[in-house]
Design a protein around this ligand. Structure first.
Ligand SMILES: *Cc1c(COP(=O)(O)O)cnc(C)c1O
Length: 356
């Protein structure tokens, strides 16, 4: 990784801190933000000098293209602190690569690596008190880029803003979720933007997800857009199926987001001697496995919840309950990942990134 001069980022410190008003034992995800934010503007054909300033509202013209054409991409990462006060990120190079992959697809200029890492490290050190030690505590980091040019002709903007905001997060015991397999709606299509962390991918999921929630399902497992026969991902999480002692997850393609947690779980499975097949997985196969009792687990993987078990699924009116299993892979992977993230176990793949 490029060596960075920490004086590259101009810092304007907040005069007061909001931290004492925050109840860290009772946090709702994504509602409270730290004292500072990172800002960098793209103007005159290049990314200008980055700066850190007190977290505050933006002044953006209503004609800014992001509001009209959704030219926006984002990332989701977390920072952790061990009991000695050291701060760590988990595989941040993957997030850096991915935001630029997303940016390219949305015709947004790529962001420089040194600004990304220097900005994030400076911001985390400044707001370090907001990262609480203890397994399960973390600081959720949200880098994003929006098209700011005030012009409503339908073409890519000439100006953009890259920002990082941070929100303290507490690991709740996450209740297993009930999911609906998609039969009609799709979140992405061949040749589309499903692989990108594009803001609009989420907007497009809200309506069908509301319909699923009315039926008692918290999430949808999206199927391939053309046949709805193959299970792809959960829209904020990638998805794994356990049949017998074997794991199966869909291969990445241009409809599926290439999750960092997913690729880490695939590697951990290999390390632990668990057979993991990366291949297409059909609705039919999963329903049959549920019927004959060989389907042991379904779980989602993503930065926010790490690993999220599924307790039931529905497809074409058939409802299958998944009884809790002993020695679940979901809890094994969750524990293993969190121990690495919090500097409590060996990190043989070099996934931990010390913020110094
Ligand atoms: C962010 C995201 C994931 C999970 O990716 P991680 O890198 O593991 O956090 C999965 N699916 C979609 C659609 C996402 O946006």
């Amino acid at each position: 990784m490029a060596e960075i001069q920490s004086n590259e980022v101009l810092v304007v410190k907040s005069e007061t801190s909001k931290i004492n008003a925050v109840d860290f034992s009772n946090l709702t995800f994504g509602r409270v933000f730290t004292d500072h934010m990172f800002v960098c503007d793209f103007e005159d054909g290049k990314w200008q000098s980055p700066k850190i300033m007190p977290y505050q509202a933006l002044t953006i013209e209503p004609s800014a293209r992001v509001f009209h054409y959704g030219q926006a991409v984002f990332e989701g990462m977390k920072a952790y602190k061990d009991d000695d006060g050291n701060i760590f990120l988990f595989r941040p190079d993957e997030n850096y690569r991915r935001i630029n992959k997303s940016a390219v697809r949305l015709a947004i200029p790529e962001f420089p690596e040194s600004y990304f890492f220097d900005g994030m490290k400076t911001l985390l050190k400044l707001d370090s008190d907001w990262i609480k030690p203890g397994v399960g505590n973390s600081l959720y980091i949200r880098p994003f880029i929006i098209a700011t040019e005030p012009a409503i002709s339908a073409s890519p903007a000439a100006t953009y803003r890259f920002m990082i905001i941070c929100s303290p997060a507490k690991a709740y015991y996450n209740e297993p979720v009930r999911v609906l397999f998609a039969e009609k709606y799709s979140r992405s299509a061949d040749g589309g933007v499903g692989f990108a962390k594009a803001a609009g991918n989420y907007a497009a999921q809200f309506y069908p997800t509301n319909l699923a929630q009315e039926k008692g399902y918290q999430q949808i497992i999206w199927t391939d857009a053309s046949t709805h026969d193959y299970l792809e991902e959960a829209g904020t999480m990638n998805i794994f199926f356990r049949i017998g002692d074997k794991l199966i997850t869909a291969p990445n393609n241009d409809r599926i987001l290439d999750g960092v947690t997913r690729k880490s779980v695939i590697q951990l499975a290999e390390d632990l001697g668990i057979d993991c097949e990366v291949r297409r997985v059909s609705v039919k196969e999963i329903k049959e496995a549920a019927k004959n009792g060989s389907l042991k687990e379904i779980f989602g993987t993503g930065t926010a919840a790490v690993v999220s078990p599924v307790s039931a699924f529905e497809h074409t009116g058939d409802v299958f309950e998944l009884p809790e299993v002993e020695n679940s892979y979901a809890s094994l992977f969750k524990k293993t990942l969190m121990n690495i993230q919090h500097n409590l176990s060996e990190d043989k793949h070099g996934w931990r990134y010390g913020v110094r």
